[in-house]
Design a protein around this ligand. Structure first.
Ligand SMILES: C[S@@+](CC[C@H](N)C(=O)[O-])C[C@H]1O[C@@H](n2cnc3c(N)ncnc32)[C@H](O)[C@@H]1O
Length: 219
């Protein structure tokens, strides 16, 4: 996918040890590559990689940045992107609804029309449930009872937060109502790819302003 945008302007949220950034830099020869990572420690190996290939003018990484911190992310992105336009954003960071929504709202307006925003692992919740169903189906009735008893004894809390896939569904609804904002949404088990439409958008962009969930899919 990156090769299709070879020479483009890429942004990655959540770089872990820097492997995916390095691979993208090698494979797609980006003209500019920005990375934002929550962990505060610089990645020495990634710095060495960038220096050894003379990519210092192409690659900029900011550490200690929370994708859910709208003010900080907006300030950094404004300084880094300026009047340029991004071709592809990869969000492989928290996979949590609130922070993922915030960074989407900060970065999506700065994509060029036709540019892509990739939210990786949008479907972790349903994948987890599918795997749990498979595990329980493979158990004998006695094993199932024991598993439920263990759960009751440990008293683990059930997460009440809404899942990341809410955002993916909202973006599908945006495409339906406002194709000039979101001109395409493609789903795979790895990620959802959201294509930016031509409507001018600014820092006030909020996904919720373009979602009309009249059937109540998200209730
Ligand atoms: C799945 S790993 C990224 C893997 C990397 N993209 C790769 O393929 O090599 C997720 C990364 O996101 C970072 N992260 C988690 N929550 C974040 C947040 N709220 N803001 C920014 N980064 C975050 C984690 O510290 C971690 O490094």
């Amino acid at each position: 996918m990156l090769r299709e945008h070879s020479g483009g302007f890429f942004v990655e949220l959540g770089i872990a040890e820097g492997g995916s950034s390095a691979l993208a830099l090698l494979d797609a020869a980006s003209r500019r590559f920005l990375a934002y990572e929550l962990e505060a420690n610089r990645l020495a190996a990634l710095d060495e990689f960038v220096d050894s290939r003379g990519l210092g003018d192409v690659f900029t990484a900011h550490y200690g940045v929370d994708q859910g911190d709208r003010e900080t992310l907006s300030r950094l992105v404004s300084g880094d992107v300026g009047d340029d336009r991004i071709d592809v954003v990869f969000d492989d960071a928290s996979h949590i609804l609130g922070p993922t929504r915030t960074s989407f709202e900060v970065l999506f307006p700065r994509l060029r029309p036709g540019g892509l925003f990739v939210i990786e692992d949008w479907c972790l919740d349903v994948r987890f449930h599918a795997e749990m169903v498979a595990v329980f189906k493979a158990m004998s009735p006695e094993e199932r009872i024991a598993a439920f008893q263990e759960q009751a004894v440990t008293g683990r809390e059930v997460k009440a937060e809404r899942p990341l896939m809410d955002l993916a569904i909202e973006l599908l609804l945006v495409q339906g109502g406002y194709p000039d904002v979101v001109s395409g949404v493609r789903f795979s088990e790895h990620g959802v790819v959201v294509e930016r439409g031509p409507r001018p958008l600014d820092d006030e962009f909020r996904v919720a302003d373009f979602v009309h969930d009249t059937p109540g899919y998200l209730n």
